[in-house]
Design a protein around this ligand. Structure first.
Ligand SMILES: Cc1ncc(C[n+]2csc(CCOP(=O)(O)OP(=O)(O)O)c2C)c(N)n1
Ligand SMILES: [Mg+2]
Length: 567
């Protein structure tokens, strides 16, 4: 490599980097410290294949790794020092845990050789006087490996990568006992290491043909069938197959929050996103359905109206549930039929059957009636002078978005306006924090989307509260040449909380902050918009600029989410 002869004795850190390369890891996100610092130099030699991206904080690094995992289906790698990987870095790990994003966390016990038990500051060995990085990691990963020997470091990475990749995907962590990182790999004959590849490839079981036939029979005479599609189908193959099946047989598609935009939301088969913060059409369709087929969706209470007895009705509606994890089918509701399978595989098998082609037109007519009876918010919107209504922000985005654009969301009132009123035309265009839904996720997520999809124009819609939490990512965008556009819906406060407090307002208002000015200070373009027209023009300009841009939109604090949610 680069003409540099390999050292005679291999160190653990060298073996770690070799293993990551063997696993074809493209990016590792970090803000280094102790153990990570000790191994960082070994990344130098392979920096062209394995790009180490320096974030300004662990939260941003972990979010970016999670989003890379989410978009590529391969674990995104996050590296951080024990006390920080398990606290500020926990944000992206938790998001990956709840949203099923593959992620590999590489961290350490943050201790010096021989001093793990002496209460040295930063120590995370779990011994007396220390905190316990393994215990923290275990609460939010599929599995956490602990390597106290050099060989274990390699094997742990091989296994954690596998755990993260296998469905249902999620984060897996490797905790390194810090002193092993710089140690030489001892010549061992009993503890063999093998190439990573043989541990990774697993052929998944195919859907059971009899169960697929039973499901086909269930659907064949359904008058009002609805597919409830979730996170498991939010991938290129899944999106294509859902649309194909739904169009062929006239099945309505309602989605979870994570799966919003899995199909063209303006198409004849879409009723939109479910839940209080979704679309009334989706909720009405599920309520009136005679047959529900849940595919790759966990039926989280947030998007099924908190198990309202009039919503999903076991025993009254026929319910089938397809999930890659058998524990998820029949988890929230009892079902008539549970199928353990990858949703894409199940749809491919279903396409071989007649699911009531003769009823297709009648079903499409029913969907059209539901759509017509429940249009998205269409009230006239008025903002105070010199300000923009949240509804207008969405209108501008709707007009702006083409198949060449990607959009990330954050949290708050601004997001609820997007999930309830923005109909996405390009499947897969939207990337949302559907795990813990934390403020501050949207901008780092956009940076990661740009890294994975440099050919796309990437826009983030965020509130001022959320952006303030992770806006340092704009400096990373300048440094890594990631020209994203961040639209800050600036209503000078925690809009969503403020909306709920009504007239007993406390701890929700911020002092005025000009995010355009801050952005310029970080080497970005910064633009202020006080009208919808100015926002539209700024978005267009940003798309052509090739420079990271922050658009601070003066949003009317009165444009509450309360009126638009489907309570
Ligand atoms: C990190 C984090 N803390 C707290 C919350 C709870 N929360 C949800 S929305 C919201 C207000 C968001 O304010 P802002 O980002 O300005 O968006 P706005 O509602 O004003 O549009 C809060 C505090 C959260 N989702 N994430
Ligand atoms: Mg706000």
């Amino acid at each position: 490599m680069d003409g540099i002869a390999a050292p005679a004795a291999v160190t653990t850190k060298r073996a770690i980097v070799d293993t990551l390369n063997e696993l074809k890891v493209d990016y590792a996100f970090t803000l280094p410290g102790l153990g990570v610092t000790w191994m960082l130099d070994e990344f130098y030699q392979t920096r062209k294949q394995l790009r180490v991206i320096l974030a300004r904080g662990e939260q941003v690094a972990s979010i970016m790794a999670q989003v890379v995992g989410r978009l590529t289906g391969k674990p995104g790698v996050y590296m951080g020092q024990g006390p920080f990987a398990s606290t500020t870095g926990a944000f992206g790990i938790l998001e990956a845990y709840f949203a099923g994003s593959p992620m590999l966390v590489l961290t350490d016990t943050s201790c010096y050789d021989g001093f793990g038990m002496y209460g040295v500051y930063q120590t995370m060995t779990g011994d007396y006087g220390a905190a316990d990085v393994r215990a923290v990691m275990k609460t939010m990963t599929k599995s956490t490996y602990y390597a106290t020997e050099p060989h274990e470091a390699v094997y742990a990475i091989q296994q954690a990568y596998k755990q993260a990749s296998l469905p249902r995907q999620g984060p897996a962590a490797v905790v390194l006992k810090s002193p092993i990182i710089r140690r030489e790999m001892p010549q061992q004959s009993r503890v063999q290491l093998y190439p990573a590849q043989g541990y990774q490839a697993v052929a998944m079981p195919r859907p059971d043909p009899q169960a697929v036939e039973a499901l086909a029979n269930m659907l064949a005479d359904a008058q009002r069938p609805v597919l409830i599609v979730g996170n498991g189908m939010q991938n290129p193959r899944g999106r294509k197959l859902v649309a194909q099946l739904a169009e062929k047989f006239g099945l309505a598609v309602a989605t979870s929050y994570n799966a919003k935009g899995v199909v063209d939301e303006t198409s004849a088969i879409s009723v939109g996103m479910l839940g209080t913060w979704g679309m009334k059409s989706a909720n009405a369709a599920v309520k009136a359905a005679d047959t529900l087929v849940v595919i790759g969706a966990s039926l989280g209470a947030d998007y099924i109206r908190f198990r309202d007895p009039d919503f999903i009705k076991p025993g009254v509606q026929r319910i089938a549930h397809i999930d890659v994890d058998p524990r998820n089918a029949g988890w929230v509701y009892p079902v008539d039929l549970a199928i353990c399978a990858d949703g894409g595989d199940a749809i491919e098998a279903l396409l071989q059957h007649d699911l009531g082609a003769g009823l297709r037109q009648a079903r499409l007519d029913w969907i059209a009636d539901v759509q017509a009876a429940h249009p998205v918010f269409d009230q006239p919107t008025r903002a105070a002078e010199g300000m923009v209504h949240n509804a207008e922000v969405i209108e501008v985005l709707d007009a702006f978005l083409t198949p060449d654009d990607m959009l990330t969301l954050d949290a708050g009132t601004n997001r609820i306006w997007a999930t309830t009123t923005l109909k996405l035309r390009t499947p897969g265009q939207l990337v949302v924090p559907g795990g813990i839904g934390g403020m501050g996720w949207g901008a780092p997520a956009a940076a990661a989307v740009k890294l994975v999809h440099p050919e796309k124009n990437v826009v983030c819609l965020t509130g001022d509260g959320g952006f303030a939490m992770t806006m340092n990512v704009m400096a990373t965008c300048v440094q890594e040449n990631l020209p994203i556009t961040v639209v800050v819906a600036n209503n000078s406060g925690l809009g969503m909380v403020r909306d709920n407090l009504k007239d007993r307002r406390i701890a929700v208002d911020f002092s005025p902050t000009d995010f355009a000015q801050i952005a310029r200070g970080m080497g970005c373009r910064g633009v202020n918009a006080n009208t919808p027209e100015q926002l539209a023009a700024a978005l267009k300009e940003a798309r052509g600029s090739g420079i990271p841009t922050v658009i601070d939109v003066a949003v009317d604090p009165d444009s509450s989410h309360v009126g638009v949610s489907d309570y």
